[in-house]
Design a protein around this ligand. Sequence first.
Ligand SMILES: [Zn+2]
Length: 74
Amino acid sequence: MPYYHRQQPSNDSYGDFDATELYCPKCKRAVPVRKRLLLVLADGDKYDYVCSVCGTSVGDKMDRQDNNFHMLFK
Ligand SMILES: [Zn+2]
Protein backbone atom coordinates (compact mmCIF):
# COMPACT_ATOMS: atom_id res chain seq x y z
CA MET A 1 0.00 0.00 0.00
CA PRO A 2 2.31 2.76 -1.24
CA TYR A 3 -0.19 5.51 -0.55
CA TYR A 4 -0.32 4.75 3.13
CA HIS A 5 2.07 6.43 5.53
CA ARG A 6 1.88 4.99 8.98
CA GLN A 7 1.38 7.69 11.51
CA GLN A 8 3.22 7.85 14.77
CA PRO A 9 1.25 6.76 17.79
CA SER A 10 -0.45 9.90 18.93
CA ASN A 11 -2.66 11.09 21.69
CA ASP A 12 -4.55 13.24 19.24
CA SER A 13 -7.65 15.03 20.32
CA TYR A 14 -9.21 15.05 16.88
CA GLY A 15 -11.25 11.90 17.29
CA ASP A 16 -11.04 9.92 14.08
CA PHE A 17 -8.97 12.58 12.40
CA ASP A 18 -5.89 10.74 11.24
CA ALA A 19 -2.41 12.26 11.21
CA THR A 20 -1.86 10.57 7.87
CA GLU A 21 -1.32 12.70 4.80
CA LEU A 22 -2.15 11.40 1.35
CA TYR A 23 -1.95 12.86 -2.12
CA CYS A 24 -5.28 14.21 -3.24
CA PRO A 25 -5.72 14.30 -7.04
CA LYS A 26 -8.26 17.06 -6.74
CA CYS A 27 -6.22 19.34 -4.47
CA LYS A 28 -3.05 18.27 -6.33
CA ARG A 29 -1.08 18.06 -3.10
CA ALA A 30 -0.66 15.95 0.01
CA VAL A 31 -3.49 16.66 2.37
CA PRO A 32 -4.49 15.54 5.84
CA VAL A 33 -7.10 12.84 5.54
CA ARG A 34 -9.99 11.62 7.57
CA LYS A 35 -10.18 7.96 8.36
CA ARG A 36 -13.63 6.50 7.98
CA LEU A 37 -14.57 2.98 8.95
CA LEU A 38 -15.95 1.38 5.83
CA LEU A 39 -16.37 -2.31 6.57
CA VAL A 40 -15.87 -4.60 9.50
CA LEU A 41 -14.65 -7.94 8.23
CA ALA A 42 -13.70 -11.17 9.92
CA ASP A 43 -10.00 -10.60 9.32
CA GLY A 44 -9.89 -6.88 9.96
CA ASP A 45 -11.48 -3.50 9.48
CA LYS A 46 -11.49 -1.66 6.20
CA TYR A 47 -11.01 2.09 6.34
CA ASP A 48 -11.64 4.72 3.74
CA TYR A 49 -9.40 7.80 3.65
CA VAL A 50 -11.10 11.01 2.68
CA CYS A 51 -9.42 14.33 1.89
CA SER A 52 -10.16 16.71 4.74
CA VAL A 53 -10.11 19.66 2.36
CA CYS A 54 -12.43 18.63 -0.47
CA GLY A 55 -13.87 15.33 0.73
CA THR A 56 -12.55 13.20 -2.13
CA SER A 57 -11.81 9.58 -1.29
CA VAL A 58 -8.05 9.23 -1.69
CA GLY A 59 -7.45 5.67 -0.57
CA ASP A 60 -8.39 2.81 1.65
CA LYS A 61 -6.65 0.51 4.02
CA MET A 62 -7.24 -2.83 5.68
CA ASP A 63 -6.51 -2.83 9.37
CA ARG A 64 -5.80 -6.48 9.94
CA GLN A 65 -6.28 -8.17 13.21
CA ASP A 66 -3.18 -9.14 15.10
CA ASN A 67 -1.50 -12.04 13.33
CA ASN A 68 -1.41 -14.08 16.50
CA PHE A 69 -5.15 -14.16 16.25
CA HIS A 70 -4.95 -16.79 13.51
CA MET A 71 -3.16 -19.14 15.84
CA LEU A 72 -6.39 -19.45 17.74
CA PHE A 73 -8.01 -21.22 14.81
CA LYS A 74 -7.93 -24.99 14.54
ZN1 LIG B 1 -8.70 17.23 -1.76
